[in-house]
Design a protein around this ligand. Sequence first.
Ligand SMILES: N[C@@H](CCC(=O)N[C@@H](CS)C(=O)NCC(=O)O)C(=O)O
Length: 239
Amino acid sequence: MSGEKLELAVHTLCPYSQRALYVAAFKGLQFDLIEVDLANPSEWFLDLNPLCEAPALKVTRNGQVFKLTESLNVSEYLNSFPGRSLYPIWHGKIDPLEKGIVDVFIKNQLGTAGSYLYNFFYCTEVTAEQTQEFKNYLNTLNTMTENGNYFLHKTLGRNEMTMADAMIYPIIERYMAYKDFYQGLFEPYTGLLSWYNRMSAEPWIQTYKAPINRLQKIYHIRREPGDYRPLTLPSSLYD
Ligand SMILES: N[C@@H](CCC(=O)N[C@@H](CS)C(=O)NCC(=O)O)C(=O)O
């Protein structure tokens, strides 16, 4: 792995890009951070990911170029570098059993967490039924993070941070940036709030945490009627 050149294409206000950035920071990796404009993509970025989605990783290994996309796949690859791991270790290696459990959790839960950005926060007219559904979901997350513990503490039988916490964090980061607009909605979910504060205090989270004012501006843009507007550059436009 040493000698591999990593070029990570991201928009720093994109939650999926933040996943990869957080894992890279957790691992203390050396990499080139390349900010990409999703509204006006460069040729370089389209060549790296013709789907025009961030994050995307260009890896140069022994002169050969590899292109990796999808935040979870990029994060998993970054996590595989030497050093501490967001997947549980057993007998000196990532434990395939517990990794499987973490991955199934990510697969089953994380799409749902992300979908509430669009099915709750970015909807201008939310019905009482939708609100109740979101509250039920928050309740589920709150039960998982009881006493501020990590997401899989009950399943794994110990309180260990895993890839699940790192992958869901950028989504919850947005819930928390928007909570000022929903008086009292989050108050009952003390486990989730404590988990969020615990994660937010991590130095590797601090490095790539998105400024709250920018997230709040994106919230307002996403709620405007009309077509979806991809994230653009410079990021200071969102101040
Ligand atoms: N499944 C992809 C989703 C990535 C994604 O949707 N990224 C957004 C930015 S947050 C994107 O690039 N959207 C294209 C756009 O905004 O036009 C992943 O996990 O990496």
